[in-house]
Design a binder for this molecule. Structure first.
Ligand code: FAD
Length: 382
């Protein structure tokens, strides 16, 4: 392996592992290992434990309450969470709106929101995509019209992950319809309890309630809750989307899927496919460690290699879930915890995990779009 961990880094890993061992409820660990959905209370509870230890916001600078970790420590922390498995800090809060407010928020916005973001007192949703504006995000149509010291916001957002739990939504709106698409967009912080907000679940194949549509009907948002300058939202959105993608390959999760598949079937053809996925996974891990090593030496990264990690990481996760589905056969439709368990099957089956992971190559920038990025940045194609 390219990367040699120092004695301090190895000691740090041992610390993280011991903390997870002592603090993580075994029932929660089991739910995660079986790819079952966690409740809001479970996610909040774990975030509060991390917060009490000073580890809730791994990538934040120390002056804003982060642990002040190196890039390698951050990666080790995530790696240990994935291996345990333990929940990651809520990404919408910790990897998205937190860093955005640190970089672009006013001191007042930082004081008001950052401590609550870190403790998960407020749960945030991401209101970027719309029907007709996903990969082509700059086509978004949700309008915000200035009215005194407020904006009046109307439109529809789509695919808001876990918005059913959310208190707030950071969202992109069109503030100048006459400007070029990217130049007329601003970012607003919307209190989801405001009059005119409606959150409706989207039914998905996996039977889980994970994504939603959010309707905004003349919602009044104080202008003081705009992040950055008016019509500069595109720059902020790009900052947000490029931020903190170190854990994107999720190697630990793929390893767990494979281990379960092998536990369910010893059929030689299946074992052979598992071995092929494992070999590719090892190659992906080495790529990830190379990127980490480059970042440790001052490379600002993650650059085009983040696209490789995204594509390969999701392809292998999907391949492993397909293998698990086949290994389980008819059992894939039964509850994972116990075949005769009365738990709602849609919550707990191997089949629902398989369907959930179909979306991994779409969200976070679809794999086709990542390939376009690679074509431009690595191959120099225009
Ligand atoms: C489970 C899930 C959770 C999500 N969570 C959130 C969330 O919390 N907040 C949020 O704002 N959004 C969220 N999204 C939305 C997500 O960002 C979009 O689905 C994604 O950007 C793709 O956009 P789209 O669905 O409009 O598909 P489209 O952009 O219409 O793409 C359709 C297909 O065409 C391909 N394609 C599009 N453009 C190109 C191109 N230029 N070259 C080659 N191929 C192309 C795509 O890869 C895809 O296969 C989520 C989506 C899912 C599935």
């Amino acid at each position: 392996m390219d990367l040699r961990f120092s004695a301090d880094e190895r000691a740090f890993r041992a610390d993280v592992r011991a903390f997870i061992g002592a603090e993580l409820d075994p029932a929660l660990r089991r739910k995660l290992a079986e790819h079952r959905a966690l409740t809001k209370a479970e996610i909040v509870g774990w975030q509060r434990r991390l917060h009490a230890r000073g580890w809730a916001t791994p990538s934040w600078p120390a002056e804003h309450g982060g642990p002040g970790w190196s890039v390698v420590q951050r990666w080790i922390f995530l790696d240990e969470l994935h291996r345990a498995p333990a929940p990651e800090p809520l990404s919408f809060n910790v990897n998205m709106i937190g860093p955005v407010l640190i970089a672009y928020g006013t001191p007042g916005q930082q004081r008001r929101f950052l401590p609550r973001i870190a403790r998960l007192d407020d749960w945030w949703a991401q209101g970027f995509s719309e029907p007709g504006a996903g990969s082509d995000l700059a086509a978004l149509k949700t309008r915000a019209v200035r009215d005194g010291d407020h904006y009046v916001v109307s439109g529809q957002k789509a695919w808001q992950g876990m918005a059913q739990h959310a208190d707030w939504m950071f969202t992109l709106v069109r503030t100048d319809p006459a400007a070029k698409p990217q130049a007329g967009i601003s970012m607003l912080l919307v209190d989801l309890r405001s009059p005119g907000v409606g959150v409706r679940p989207i039914a998905t194949l996996d039977g889980r309630h994970e994504v939603n549509e959010v309707f905004l009907d003349e919602v009044r948002v104080p202008a003081a809750l705009r992040v950055g300058d008016e019509n500069r939202g595109w720059e902020i959105a790009k900052y947000l989307l490029g931020h903190e993608r170190t854990g994107i390959a999720r190697i630990g999760m793929t390893q767990r899927l494979l281990a379960r598949a092998k536990g369910l079937s010893s059929e030689p053809a299946l074992r052979e496919r598992a071995a092929l996925i494992e070999a590719e996974l090892k190659a992906l891990e080495i790529t990830q460690l190379r990127l980490l090593d480059a970042m440790r030496q001052g490379h600002r990264g993650p650059d085009a290699r983040a696209s490789i990690l995204k594509i390969k990481g999701t392809e292998l996760r999907q391949a492993a879930s397909e293998l698990l589905l086949e290994a389980a056969g008819r059992r894939a439709w039964r509850a994972a915890a116990d075949e005769f368990d009365a738990l709602a099957p849609a919550e707990t089956t191997i089949a629902s995990t398989y369907f959930t992971l179909r979306a991994a190559s779409i969200y976070g920038g679809s794999n086709e779009v990542q390939k376009n990025i690679l074509a431009k940045t690595v191959l120099g194609l225009r």
